[in-house]
Structure formats: C-alpha cells, structure tokens
Design a protein around this ligand. Sequence first.
Ligand code: HPA
Ligand code: ZN
Length: 348
Amino acid sequence: MTAAAIPHIPADRLPALLRAMPKAELHIHIEGSLEPELIFELSRRNGVAIPYASVEDLRRAYAFTDLQSFLDIYYAGASVLVTAQDFHDMAWAYFLRARADNVVHAELFFDPQTHTARGVAMGTVIDGLHRACERARSELGISSALILCFLRHLSEAEAFDTLEEALPYRDKFIGVGLDSSEVGHPPEKFARVYARCRTLGLHLVAHAGEEGPPTYIRTALDLLQVERIDHGVQAIHDPELMQRLARERIPLTVCPLSNLKLCVYPSLAQHQLKALLDAGLAVTVNSDDPAYFGGYIADNFVEVAAATGLSAQQCWQLAANSFEASFVDEATKAGWRDQLDACFARFG
Ligand code: HPA
Ligand code: ZN
C-alpha cells in the first residue's frame, strides 16, 4: 500500500484504528515509564525514601512548566531503582503497556549515569533491562533494543567514562543518544564522544530542537552525524533546515503529549506535527516519558490526531515512518509494513 491507496476510514473509527495498528516506538526513556505505583513499591522494597507521602501526592507534583522542572522529578523518581530485578520490572511493565498499544518494536533509551552516580553498577542496569527485552521477544513477540543516552548537562569526560564502562556490554545496546537539559549544552560538546561511538559501529541519535534552537538540529547532523533527531520540532522555524530534513529523510521522533506537558506548545491543537508531515519530513509519534506525561504511544496518536485533524492517510504515514526509521533490517520492515496495510484494509 502507498499513502495514496489508503481506504476511506470513517472518522469515528480512527481512534480504534490508531490503537490497533502495528507501530514501532523509537523515543521512550525507560526510566520515564516508571509509574508512581511502581516507584512506591520499589521505594519500600529497597528502603529508599522518597519525599512524597503517597502515589497521589507524587502525581500532584507532575505539573511541569518546562523541561528542567520535569527532569528534577524524573531523576528523583529513578532513585528507587537499585537491583537488576528493579530494572527488569520497570521495563517489563512498559512492554505490557506496549503490547496493549500494538507496538511490534521498541528502541528504549536508558540513562546509565543517573544510576552509576548513585553507586549502581553499569552491569546491573544493562543486565536487568536486557533480560526484560529478551522476555518481551519470547513472551510477547515484541522486538526491542537498548540505546544508551549520555546526560548532556554532565561533562564530555563523564560521557567518555560512561562509554568505557558500558563497553563490556557492547553486544547489549545498539546505539547512543543524548538527553537531559538541552539549552546551554549544544551537540558539539559531545562531538568527540560521538566520533568514538561511530568507530565502534554504534547507531547515533540525539535530542535536538525540543527546547533548543534549530541550530542544535544542524550541529547534531553535521558534527555528531546522527541518523535520527529526537523531538526536532523547532525545525519548523528554519525553512532551509526543513527542506534538508525532508530531502535526506532524517527521521524526527516527535512526542506530542511530552511537548504539551513541558509547555513547548500551549495546546495540542497548536502542535506542528501536521505541518512537519505536510513538508515531507519522516515524522514519527512516540511517548517520551509516558508515566509522567499522561499517556502511552497510542494515547499520543489518538490525542494528536483528534486535536490537529490528521487524516487516515497521515496516520498510516506516521506508522510507516516508524518502521522506516527503526534500526532493523529491510525484510523485517517490509513484514511490518504488510501488517500495517492489512490493518488499514480491515478498518476500511
Ligand atoms: N528531553 C530531554 N531529556 C529527557 C527527556 C526529554 O524529553 N526525557 C527524559 N530525559
Ligand atoms: Zn526524550
């Protein structure tokens, strides 16, 4: 099927189709899938105190004004993760939600520095997450991979140290990313780290243009040589960059509910997803930190489609883009595309 051959889908059937259609999730911080209930359970299990009286008290704190106001709570929440079993349980809970949303493939970000700084060993983090990934494949039929993210508010030297610490587990992650506080920490700060990662054959992605300027997207492409841009929505302010992203089919992993909750847009109706798609960019829809932003991937699809008036054709394109942008072989992508087409045919 091509986008032009999408059958007519009645508008009232679109939400069900968006939930049912097979999709890949390419921008999910696994620590951002930690629900308040599990935070409290792990807090008790590990005897790690958290400064909130109850699940409700914690949830009430999820009123963010910008990226940093979220990150402060996100790092506090992650402090209850101690054992490999904890990391497994967190990722397994995500995979169960992903299956409910018909995610067939997920590439998970993890932030090792958040844990190694507290004395948790790199091997503990990676082994726990890897075990959940293997279990998702065998018990749920979901394929997945891990992407190690460097915290950009920390130094280049700390990123190099983290990479060295992770190398004994090189076979358990497929790439590296760059996250945390964007403004003031431009991509070029990590150009030498990324150059080393490139020689190791790792896939390269980076957050750019979430709150930061379009320049950060350019330097992520030119100086870090990333294959995908995470967020990237600020590209809309730079027509020449937009043309380049479209021409080179550089995927953007867009996260609508994240952008809403972190006040990148005042309302979902003002989100620029449709404009990015209309300009021919390889846009995908993702959840970012679903436990904090009020929805998993299918909620992101349903809410942004309703708020911005996406057509069935555009919804098909978003799912097709998620497969195109994933780090898997072409035959696997083609199989998922066939599943996607069969799903649209069923709803048509
Ligand atoms: N941006 C930057 N860093 C992050 C995010 C995000 O949306 N989520 C978790 N770490
Ligand atoms: Zn993110």
